[in-house]
Design a protein around this ligand. Structure first.
Ligand code: AMP
Length: 440
């Protein structure tokens, strides 16, 4: 199906062509016509499938263009709202809007915490009609009177499951309350636990449900490989692979801020220009690192999951799982940073003995056994697994003992309470008795 069948104007089709998109992706084919017709949608959000354009393109057509002549409080009224979980995602979607809206006068502003309100307020005042916001910062602007949602015509909640997971769902509810009843709404989520279903019911009106390839399209274009390696050999192996294979742009995932910083130090010692992005870095530092990485001025970007989710780097060839993620579903998001849209990519997981059990679970998730590679001179000792198992077994024993001790203590406490109650009742009964009350 060509873009011309999606109820999009000639000028928007021209921009799409200039961006090199030849045909709409499946999510675009299904979501764009619904949103153009004014219907609400609820969709599974697959990473790297062109999801952003699936809601931004109809949005650009649906809402009135930016009006720079607004006066007074009207300057804070916006026409469209996109709620996201991270600052990076806010910036990325904002950048996409700028690309897609070349032929329009729409003006988007990303609103996220960690930077001063002033700059954002100026942008809103100067005619922004689309806001891409994280929930906390949006609520700050609302209570400040510097964002007014009463004229919103279209609202998108992206990665609803992530918003729930990060504890922002009450904020989302509060924001929904402030929207006008008449609006077009879309919700994207990878999973649908009861809270999300309840939220969807309060947000959406008779929505069309769109599910795109539950086997996850992104993973199909990504070549997934495993390299078994001893834990302490991971950093030297990573440097060796980047150097010997002459990889120019590598996104490396780790699980903690501390690990990210440590790995950057090690890579730098090996002469590889690297930078870390994680929650402890200032927004400025995170943006700068991402920018330098995109421009090819930094060879390795080491990231934790929260900040890297949703990052779109065109043509990123290599993603490395330095550690397997703490949550299995993050694996899909991580590897989805490569193999975006029509491009291919490679995701390599460095797996040490203690991670082999988790690897099996991940293989179930992606539905296949992943091929392995090895490198001469780098060791892997699977027997560490058994010692690891032994530790686990000992921990389990210890936990059982602890649990039993706790139960016993609880029992004793309950008994004490019962005895105490009995004592009090006996005393009360004694005082209550007319025979004894006259003494008091
Ligand atoms: P997203 O899933 O929205 O993050 O998009 C992933 C990547 O696909 C981005 O780099 C988009 O620019 C690109 N993209 C979106 N739609 C298309 C399309 N129809 N054809 C080719 N690339 C696309």
């Amino acid at each position: 199906m060509p873009f011309s069948k999606l109820m999009l104007s000639e000028k928007l089709q021209k921009t799409i062509k200039e961006l090199g998109y030849t045909e709409p992706t499946p999510i675009q084919q299904r979501a764009i016509p619904q949103l153009r017709k004014g219907n609400d949608i609820i969709a599974t959000s697959q990473t790297g499938t062109g999801k952003t354009a699936s809601f931004v393109l109809p949005m650009l057509e649906n809402i009135p263009e930016s009006n720079k002549t607004k006066q007074g409080d009207a300057r804070y009224r916006v026409d469209a709202l996109i709620l996201v979980s991270t600052r990076e995602l806010a910036l990325q979607i904002h950048n996409n809007i700028e690309n897609y809206a070349k032929e329009f006068t729409h003006k988007s502003v990303p609103l996220y915490g960690g930077v001063k309100l002033g700059g954002q307020i100026n942008q809103i005042r100067s005619g922004a009609n689309i806001i891409v916001a994280t929930t906390g910062r949006l609520l700050d602007h609302i209570s400040n009177g510097t964002v007014n949602l009463s004229s919103v015509k279209m609202v998108i909640i992206d990665e609803a499951d992530k918003l729930l997971e990060m504890g922002f769902i009450d904020d989302v509810r509060e924001i929904i309350q402030k929207l006008p009843k008449k609006r077009i709404s879309a919700m994207f989520s990878a999973t649908f636990p009861p809270t999300i279903i309840k939220l969807a019911k309060s947000l959406l009106n008779n929505p069309t449900s769109i599910e795109i390839d539950p086997n996850n399209m992104a993973t199909k274009k990504v070549k997934q490989i495993v390299h078994y390696i001893d834990e302490e050999q991971k950093a030297p192996l990573l440097s060796f692979l980047i150097g010997s294979k002459n990889w120019k742009q590598v996104l490396v995932f780790v699980n903690t801020k501390h690990q990210a910083n440590r790995l950057v130090e090690q890579l730098e010692l090996d002469g590889l220009k690297s930078s870390a992005i994680h929650g402890d870095k200032t927004q400025g530092a995170r943006n700068k690192a991402l920018e330098l990485f995109k421009e090819g001025k930094i060879r390795v970007l080491v990231a934790t999951d929260v900040v890297a989710r949703g990052i779109d780097i065109i043509n990123l060839p290599h993603v490395i799982n330095f550690e397997l993620p703490l949550k299995n579903e993050d694996y899909i998001h991580r590897i989805g940073r490569t193999g975006r849209a029509k491009r291919s990519g490679e995701a390599l997981s460095l797996v040490c003995a203690k991670e082999t059990e988790q690897l099996k679970e991940l293989e179930k998730l992606v539905g296949k056994t992943l091929p392995t590679i090895s490198t001469d001179g780098f060791s892997y000792n699977p027997t560490l697994q058994s010692s690891n198992k032994k530790i686990k077994k000992e921990n389990k024993k210890e936990n059982t003992k602890l649990k039993k001790a706790k139960e016993l203590a609880q029992k004793m406490m309950n008994q004490d309470k019962k005895n105490e109650k009995k004592r009090k009742t006996t005393k009360r009964d004694y005082y209550k008795s007319p025979k004894n009350s006259r003494h008091f």
